[in-house]
Design a protein around this ligand. Structure first.
Ligand code: BGC
Length: 376
């Protein structure tokens, strides 16, 4: 009799445990939250969740990635990108491109000019005498049209950039699809078309810190860049045109990340910190591994795959703790996070030896990058 009631109790416990699970089978979902207005336009934060609980939040303003929530090795959730608590944060003048989509041309174009088909174009300059990240009002500061795609795991963002915008020729339609996969990947598919020849170089400017707020800098993250070459720069961070081997001379040794290396190890040997374009060791034209990033304490591991020829590793050198409206009021000090921006090389429109960045009418610019999260 005693044994019998014991069995009933066990059966009841199992019944109770399995029932709620059947009702809440995890699936993909997209939620929306209104976070304010810019003039009369509503600014919305969209959050995609996947069945294992990873979440990515994106704004229609600048196509900004505001949050990436991933688990550490103990199963705790953490937000691995820098950002703000409110729209006011994004709108502050000194916002250093946190999480945004960068365009029409990522990184610098020397002296804000280039010549195309015999005509000189003058761009808006916003970084000394150079044009940086698309100019004064680049793709990071405009409102994108957002559409939820079937399956609740992707958002399609569209922006139509006008002929002459920031000095660039041609009406360009840029389409970016952010997808969250069941393998904990944030996949970004970029496309662009134009009606006049124009430079196009699009990227994502997330500032990663895989400790999710535990470490104030990324100096103890371990980085690998699948790149034996980089593009050395002058004092205004414009490539000098030469492609250098990461081990060319003892002077360039700090640039060697071909084997995983602590970011803090050699950073003091690089004036101002890392802010360079590495030339990826590629086999073909498809999606290939470009970088890995590891934070040992949390166990978080990120792999970057791309179709692009280069990657800008920027070690958050200009962060100085003065940004306001940051998440939880946190001080984002120098090296608080790092960017891994997959791209064509900076200043390519003025460097005929670099891979082509000119998009012509009838062609389609395509670029895919995947940020994959796991633990080890
Ligand atoms: C550039 C840095 C720049 C930063 C802006 C990076 O992509 O390489 O030089 O300061 O973006 O936040």
């Amino acid at each position: 009799m005693k044994k019998f009631s014991y069995l009933i109790l066990i059966a009841a416990v199992f019944a109770c445990k399995s029932k709620p699970a059947a009702n809440v089978t995890p699936s993909f979902s997209v939620s929306e939250a209104s976070i304010g207005k810019i003039d009369t336009s509503a600014i919305t934060e969209y959050t995609i969740s996947n069945p294992s609980g990873m979440k990515v939040s994106i704004l229609n303003y600048g196509g900004t990635v505001t949050k990436i929530i991933t688990k550490d090795k103990a199963g705790n959730d953490g937000d691995v990108v820098l950002g703000y608590d409110s729209l006011a944060g994004c709108l502050q003048k000194s916002n250093p491109y946190f999480g945004v989509l960068v365009g029409r041309y990522a990184n610098r174009i020397a002296k804000g000019k280039f010549t195309l088909d015999g005509k000189e174009y003058k761009l808006a300059t916003n970084n000394g005498q150079n044009a940086l990240h698309g100019g004064l009002k680049g793709f990071d500061k405009v409102i994108w049209k957002v559409e939820k795609l079937a399956g609740d795991s992707s958002l399609q963002l569209t922006y139509k950039s006008k002929d002459g915008e920031e000095g660039y020729p041609g009406n360009v339609t840029a389409t970016v699809v952010y997808s969250l996969t069941s393998a904990n990947e944030l996949k970004i598919d970029y496309k662009a078309i134009t009606d006049k020849a124009t430079p196009v170089n699009l990227t994502s400017h997330c500032y990663f810190n895989l400790s999710a707020g535990a470490d104030s800098t990324i100096l103890n993250h371990i980085l690998m860049l699948k790149a034996s070459w980089f593009t050395p720069v002058d004092t205004s961070l414009i490539p000098i045109g030469r492609i250098a081997n990461v081990n060319e001379t003892p002077k360039t040794l700090p640039m060697d990340f071909t084997e995983p290396k602590l970011i803090g190890k050699d950073i003091d040997e690089v004036k101002g910190g890392y802010d360079h374009n590495w030339v990826l060791d590629r086999k073909g034209k498809g999606l290939e591994l470009a970088a890995t990033l590891y934070h040992a304490t949390s166990g978080r591991y990120m792999e970057v795959y791309t179709t692009e020829p280069g990657i800008q590793f920027y070690s958050g050198n200009f962060l100085d703790g003065t940004l306001t409206n940051t998440k939880g009021g946190k001080k984002y000090v120098q090296h608080a996070a790092l960017c891994l921006e997959t791209q064509h090389f900076p200043d390519s429109p003025n460097e005929p030896s670099f891979p082509n960045t000119i998009l012509k009418p009838g062609e389609t610019y395509t670029h895919t990058t995947v940020y994959k999260f796991s633990v080890k």
